[in-house]
Design a protein around this ligand. Structure first.
Ligand code: NDP
Ligand code: MG
Length: 375
């Protein structure tokens, strides 16, 4: 019987984690949300955790009142989320969106917990700190992101042989094949329609700009100790091959399956065991053909921005990440156009104070400065 703490339970990944938990009798010790206390309350009644926490402190009293008839401790704010992250459990599952997930991940690791990580921004802003802390504490970082789960699974049988190359697949998003001119006029509604996956708004926009693949490149580098040059991004519109690894002898091992996040979520929770899943079985004959193409870096500049950020090191990936979070928010609020997202990020990378040194404090200062300077 496993026990988890789930941060970000009200989101797209969070609700699917709860589905998997219910299916396999995994105990949910604690749940947290950003501000959606209505769903958090429902989840608390369903799963009867010991703790619930809402990040938005103004919702604390309302939440406390709404669950006053069930035996649950109620916390709030960043401090409350970190308290949850550090509770003893088999795995802290981080399904928070954005770099708000960084400190909770670090806190969970420092408390000696294994982490099942959906929050890729954690590794983008502080991969060096996170992987060093995980090594020092001897805890596991299990990826939930489907590509990284695929790479992880492809390496399971490597018998200590080093990987030569990572093939990181990308669906290409809703604007695959677009020219720069066509991209200039796309709308929020179009950007929010992902062809293969149903996800939270932020990652859906990241998929449309291809920044998601830039973030995932950095995530892969930290998780698997590869260099940026070893990671090839390949557009694969069917999202069936979730990523692959090439070894010295030219053998390529990949993981295939239907595009259903419950598969990688479940493995991160039950590792190293595999259990039955409600995901639809893959029928290759129904799919018929799998196609692959090169990404277009001229139309989608965010992948190059990520490569540059990684090369520059220090707080540059953090500047890039936060600028992206702010720009995506502005786009979702109809305050900037689609192509301005990458322009804002580039501007921030050229103008926010660079630091080669990286500490958790520098990450938080960089977050503030980036937020304040983008207009
Ligand atoms: P959602 O926006 O659907 O959910 C985000 C969760 O985080 C919600 O529970 C939300 O609460 C909570 N949250 C938001 N802001 C804060 C905050 N400041 N502090 C604490 N909690 C907060 O996102 P997704 O589930 O789509 O994505 C979660 C993470 O997983 C992201 O890093 C994403 O890149 C990654 N991921 C997602 C995939 C997917 O299929 N969705 C696939 C692969 C990776 P509330 O509901 O109250 O706002
Ligand atoms: Mg992914």
């Amino acid at each position: 019987m496993k026990e988890i703490v789930l941060l970000g339970s009200t989101g797209s990944i969070g609700t699917q984690v709860l589905e998997v938990a219910r299916l396999h009798n995994i105990t949910v010790k604690a749940l947290s949300a950003g501000s959606n206390i209505k769903l958090l309350e429902e989840q608390a009644r369903d799963f009867l955790p010991e703790y619930v926490c809402v990040a938005d402190e103004s919702k604390y009293l309302e939440l406390k009142k709404s669950v006053s008839d069930i035996p649950v401790k109620v916390l709030c704010g960043k401090k409350g989320i970190c308290e949850l992250a550090a509770l003893p459990c088999d795995s802290t599952v981080n399904a928070v969106v954005g770099m708000a997930g960084f400190v909770p991940t670090l806190t969970a690791i420092n408390a000696g917990n294994n982490v099942a990580l959906a929050n890729k921004e954690t590794l983008v802003v502080g991969g060096e700190i996170i992987t060093a802390a995980a090594k020092e504490k001897g805890v596991r970082l299990l990826p939930i992101d489907s590509e990284h789960s695929a790479i992880f699974q492809s390496l399971m049988g490597s018998m200590g042989n080093k990987l030569k190359r990572i093939i990181l697949t990308a669906s290409g998003g809703p604007f695959r094949g677009y020219t720069k001119e066509r991209l200039a006029n796309v709308t929020k509604e179009q950007a929010l329609k992902h062809p293969n996956w149903s996800m939270g708004a932020k990652i859906t926009i990241d998929s449309a700009t291809m920044m998601n693949k830039g973030l995932e490149l950095i995530e892969a580098v930290w998780l698997f100790g590869a260099s940026a040059e070893q990671v090839e991004i390949v557009v694969h519109p069917q999202s069936i091959l979730h990523s692959a690894v090439e070894f010295e002898d030219g053998s390529v091992i990949g993981q295939l399956g239907m595009p259903d996040m419950r598969i990688p979520i479940q493995l991160a929770l039950t590792y190293p065991k595999r259990f039955n899943s409600p995901a639809k079985p893959l029928s290759l004959t129904d799919i018929g053909c799998l196609t692959f193409e090169k990404p277009d870096d001229r139309v989608f500049p965010c992948m190059d921005l990520a490569r540059y950020a990684l090369k520059k090191g220090g707080n540059m990936p953090c500047i890039m990440n936060k600028a992206n979070e702010v720009a995506v928010r502005l786009f979702l609020e109809d305050r900037i156009r689609f192509f301005e997202i990458s322009e804002k990020i580039r501007w921030a990378m050229e103008n926010v104070s660079f630091s080669k040194e990286l500490t958790p404090e520098i990450i938080l200062d960089t977050e503030k400065e980036t937020e304040n300077r983008i207009v």
